[in-house]
Structure formats: C-alpha cells, structure tokens
Ligand binder design. Structure first.
Ligand code: ATP
Ligand code: MG
Length: 570
C-alpha cells in the first residue's frame, strides 16, 4: 500500500476524491502500477494561464500525494509558434506556483530522433505512407462528421517508395506542403481523427532547440503518445477535447507495441467567466494592444495574476476547490476572487492611502507639531505588530468621505459632524473653503479633540464613522491603478469561435489615478507583497513600473465583492 502524503480532511475539502484519484487508487491497489508518473506538457507558444494552473495542480498534486513523480515536458513540435521566451516564462510560473519538477524536465524535441525511427518502423510495417495530396485535398478527402472519407490515391505506395520519400523529406528535398507522412488507419472510421491522420509535415523553420537539424516535424498526437511512453508515464491526464484523440493515442502505441502504454484520462478544462482562457485568444489581446503584454495585470495569465498581487496559495486553494470532473462548465470568477481575498486578509499589512485626496486642516492643532500615531498592522495576525504613522496639522482624506450636504444615510464627515480618524483623533468639521470659480471644495477646516488620542473618547462619546487619512507633509504622491474585469460579458468562451470576442472587451478595465497620497511606510514597499489599503482594497507594488522610493501600486482586488452584487442587480 502506497503511503499518501496528503489526506482528505475537512479543512482541505478540495482533496476529496475524484474520478482520477479513484483510477489511481485502483491501479495501485491492483498492482497495475507500483507508483505513478504524471506529466504537465505545455506547448511553449504562449504564457500559462489559470487553466494551466488547474492542470499543474492536478498533475504535480497527484504525484505529490501518491509519492510519485510529475514530469515537466515542453511539447515543442511547432517551431513556427514557439520560443525560448515562452519556455522561460512557463518555468518561472511553475516555480512561482510552488511546484518542483526536480530533475524531471523534458522536451519533446529531445525525442525527434526516436520519433523518426518510430515513423520509419510504421512505414516498414505498412502502417504509414507518404501522401502527396495538397493540404486542401487532404481536407476534402477526409470527409465530414456525417460523410465518410475517401482513400488518398497515394495510400498504396510501396514500403520501399515510402521509405525513400520519407528519407528525402527529411533531407530537405521537398518544399513545405509537397508531401506529408500519414498513418494508414481507416478513411471510413466514424472518428475523423482515425482517417489516416498526418504524422509528419515539412516545416522549413529553425527550431529554438534543434536549430536547423530538422525540416520535418512530428504532429501532436504522434509525438504526445510516444513521448508519454518513452518517459514511462502511467497516467496521461488531458482535457476533454482530446477524448476523440484517445483511439489514435492508443493506436500508435498498440501498433508499435511499445513497452509502456500510459492510460489517457480526460477531465473538463477550466473556463472562467469575464475572461478568455485560450492562448490563441490571449495572443490576440497582446498582439493587438488590448493589454500591455502577457503579464498585464488584467490578463488571466499566471504572470498577470502575479503582477496583480494574486498569491500562489490563493490560486492553489481555488484549484483544489473547483476539483476535477468530466463535466464542462464555467466557474464564477467571484469564486477565484473569494480565495484571493481570503488569503490576503490573512497576510496583508493594513496601511492608509488616499486615492482621491481633499485637504483637511486641523485648526486647533499646533503649527509646528507632528506626532507618531501607533497603528495596528494586521488585526488578523497579532505577530504582525504595529507601526508609527505621522500625524500633523494638515491632512488629506478621501474626497468621497465628505459631503457638504449629507444624504440621509451618509454618516461620514460633513459640516458640524464629528468622525474618527483611524487610530488618531476625533475631528469635527467647522467650515469648508471652496474655489470661487469652480465651486470645488479646496479644504475642509476641522477641530480635533486632544482627549481622543488613539481614536477613543474618555467620555464615551460615540461617532458614526471612522475614516482613513494621511499627513500632508509626510505622505508621498504616486500612481495607483485600478483594474476591473477584462470583458463585460459573462461567458466569453461560449461565444462562437469565429465571432470577434474582442467586441466584449470592457473599455473601463483600467483606471489610472495619478495623484494618490500614501503613508510614508509604503515608500519601501516591495513588489509581490500585498497590502490592504484600509477601507479600499488590496494592492501591491507593480513589479515593472516602480522604482526605488517610488512604488506604483496595482489594485489586486476590492475588499468586498461589489461586482457580483452589481450583476445580481443588473
Ligand atoms: P490553450 O487552448 O490555452 O492554448 P492548450 O491546451 O493548447 O491550451 P497546452 O500548452 O497544450 O495548452 O496545455 C498544457 C496542459 O494544460 C495540457 O495538458 C492541457 O490539457 C492543460 N490545459 C490547458 N488549458 C486548460 C484549462 N483551461 N483547464 C485545464 N487544463 C488546461
Ligand atoms: Mg495545446
């Protein structure tokens, strides 16, 4: 019996069993496998997104839980779309998520020689042939879902001729599209994937790892099954769209009688509302300038989420929670956001920042004085301690925390009313000074009660609101960016593949605020560390546009889920 590393618990409900775990349990119990080997096989043709995180958590998670191994394999068979930039970003993201492939890093391109040998073997067995139809004709001959295909006129080439042509394809004697190598299976098969699928095509492209050694490249299904087999994978877990490819996966390994024949298991891919999870579509967003890059904080990429301030723990908790099933569905993005808030609430330091400042002058506070007010860093975590925040005669508060003629339900600052300044004093508004031309409020004149230091009144006098503030002479000005969902439409993924999904892009997904005033402790804030700006939301330092002493902040998420409320109302 294999010892499990992580058991299902109440606290860890995501670990509840799923159909893949049941398969693994059965295989270990029956002795079909002594231990398991899974793999995560990204194609380096873009950055990883949250859907990949689900696959990473599943494959690395299974290996960890069952004391097995998870291989990290780049499925790099299409040099035209792939690059080392993508390889490096994918590695960075897997590490950041907290997974360790140890020395199990592989590249499908390392198997090109062996794959070529396997192809030669198929030809020699009469199970593959060189086809010289144009790609257009191959498509026509393939038939449709309702009509059977037709045999290629090249299907009956002799083994000798096929071997010769394939060797010359490799030698670069032909142009792209002149010939392909196809499996000889069944043009009448109800499964289109089995109608003599292409195994190799000519591509005169330089590969990021093998250079110009090859001008023919193996196709996905052929490469994938054999790579799994070469590596001794036990469970080859992929998304549901590969279910119809499974007969081909099995055909390749059966015909070649490979020693290892992994079991392909399909699960439903993650779809999230208000975003797209397809590298092809994300590529369009990047290339057409809808976002600033793959790591734009609005992107559902791992790198975008990292820059936005999402934490690996929150992403992993989310992946655990959504679990694994065979049923396609769309997950509500507020579930992901719930896990982000939950994690940040636990770890984020509370600080004060005024995003839309208006000046407050405390008339009875000494001109030259300033003092240090003690502020709690995190009420959820005593060990986070406290810090000193400077207080002085001139402060800034949020413009929205003052109303000259308050609405019925407005309890914050207004003429004649007293409120608490967080951690500091009670203040009372005495008058306002307005710009004579525009009528805009320029300063709010208040008095403070020196007896209320720390924000408590010795006479038990109550106030209805507590507002945050910064000291004018100590605060620093910086840029803060507010992000919202990238799309205005819930189910972007369901829209017709050919329809232009960019028509649903949210024009207000980014708001840049240039005149925010932050408490001085934030000057030294480091990228990647999350803060709670009290009463506003969670923020983190942007890792690209900040420099020493001048951090720029990204809003990770609001404090409450205002979005789903709006959705319900709307
Ligand atoms: P995309 O459509 O975004 O390009 P892909 O499946 O082509 O995705 P790969 O790089 O081939 O991307 O994926 C690597 C692994 O991640 C595969 O095993 C794939 O099944 C899995 N994966 C990709 N997208 C999702 C998703 N949305 N949910 C779960 N797993 C996914
Ligand atoms: Mg793919």
């Amino acid at each position: 019996m294999i010892e499990k590393n992580r058991e299902e618990t109440k606290e860890n409900p995501g670990q509840s069993s799923n159909f893949i775990r049941e398969i693994v349990d059965d295989d270990l119990r029956s002795g079909r496998h002594g231990s398991i080997v899974t793999r995560f096989p990204p194609e380096p043709n873009g950055y990883l997104h949250i859907g990949h995180a689900k696959s990473i958590c599943l494959n690395f998670g299974l290996a960890f839980d069952y004391n097995g191994i998870c291989h990290f394999r780049f499925d790099d068979t299409n040099p035209v779309k792939e690059s080392t930039e993508y390889i490096e970003s994918i590695k960075r993201d897997v590490i950041w998520l907290g997974f360790d492939w140890k020395d199990h890093l592989y590249f499908a391109s390392d198997y090109f020689d062996r794959l070529y040998e396997y192809a030669v073997q198929l030809i020699s067995m009469g199970m593959a042939y060189v086809c010289s139809l144009s790609s257009e004709d191959i498509r026509l001959y393939r038939g449709t879902l309702t009509a059977p295909g037709k045999n290629s006129p090249y299907r009956d080439r002799s083994v000798g001729e096929n071997l010769d042509l394939f060797q010359r394809m490799r030698a670069g004697e032909f142009e792209e599209g002149e010939h392909v190598l196809r499996a000889k299976i069944d043009m009448q098969s109800p499964n289109i994937n089995m109608r003599d699928p292409v195994l190799y095509r000519i591509l005169k492209a330089t590969h990021h790892r093998t250079g110009d050694k090859w001008c023919i490249y193996p196709m996905y299904d052929f490469t994938h099954s054999l790579s799994d087999s070469i590596e001794g994978i036990t469970h080859s877990i992929c998304t549901l769209e590969f279910e119809d490819h499974r007969p081909l996966y099995d055909w390749v390994l059966d015909v070649l009688k490979t020693e290892c024949h992994p079991q392909q298991i399909e699960f439903a891919r993650l779809n999230l509302d208000y975003t797209v999870l397809s590298k092809r579509k994300l590529n369009i967003l990047v290339n057409n300038g809808y976002v600033s890059g793959w790591d734009d904080p609005r992107m559902p990429t791992i790198s975008g989420m990292r820059r936005r301030g999402y934490t690996p723990e929150a992403i992993k908790n989310f992946c655990d929670r959504i679990g694994v099933s065979k049923r396609e569905g769309v997950v509500d993005i507020s579930l992901l956001e719930y896990y982000i808030r939950e994690d940040l609430n636990r770890r984020a330091m509370r600080v004060m920042a005024v995003l839309d400042p208006v000046k407050v002058i405390i008339e009875n506070y000494p001109e030259v004085k300033s003092e240090e007010i003690e502020a709690v860093n995190n009420p959820e975590d005593q060990s986070a301690g406290a810090r000193k925040v400077p207080f002085s005669k001139t402060l800034y508060i949020e413009r929205a925390d003052f109303q000259e003629e308050p609405h019925k339900k407005f309890y914050r600052l207004s003429p004649g009313r007293e409120v608490r300044l967080r951690y500091a004093y009670y203040i009372k508004c005495q008058s306002v000074v307005k710009d004579s031309a525009s009528g805009e409020i320029k300063e709010i004149r208040c008095t403070y009660d020196p007896e209320t230091k720390g924000g408590h009144s010795p006479d038990g006098r109550k106030v209805k609101a507590t507002i945050h503030w910064v000291s004018a002479e100590h605060a620093f000005k910086t840029e803060v960016r507010l992000y919202d969902h990238l799309f205005t439409k819930g189910n972007v993924n369901e829209t017709d593949e050919d329809a232009d999904f960019t028509t649903n892009i949210n024009p207000d997904s980014l708001t840049v605020l240039k005149t925010c005033l932050l408490e001085p402790s934030l000057r030294e804030a480091k990228p990647g560390v999350g803060y709670q700006f009290e009463r506003i939301g969670y923020f983190c330092v942007d890792s690209k546009d900040s420099y020493q002493g001048k951090p720029v902040f990204n809003r990770t998420i609001t404090l409450r889920d205002t979005w789903s409320k709006i959705k319900k109302r709307g």
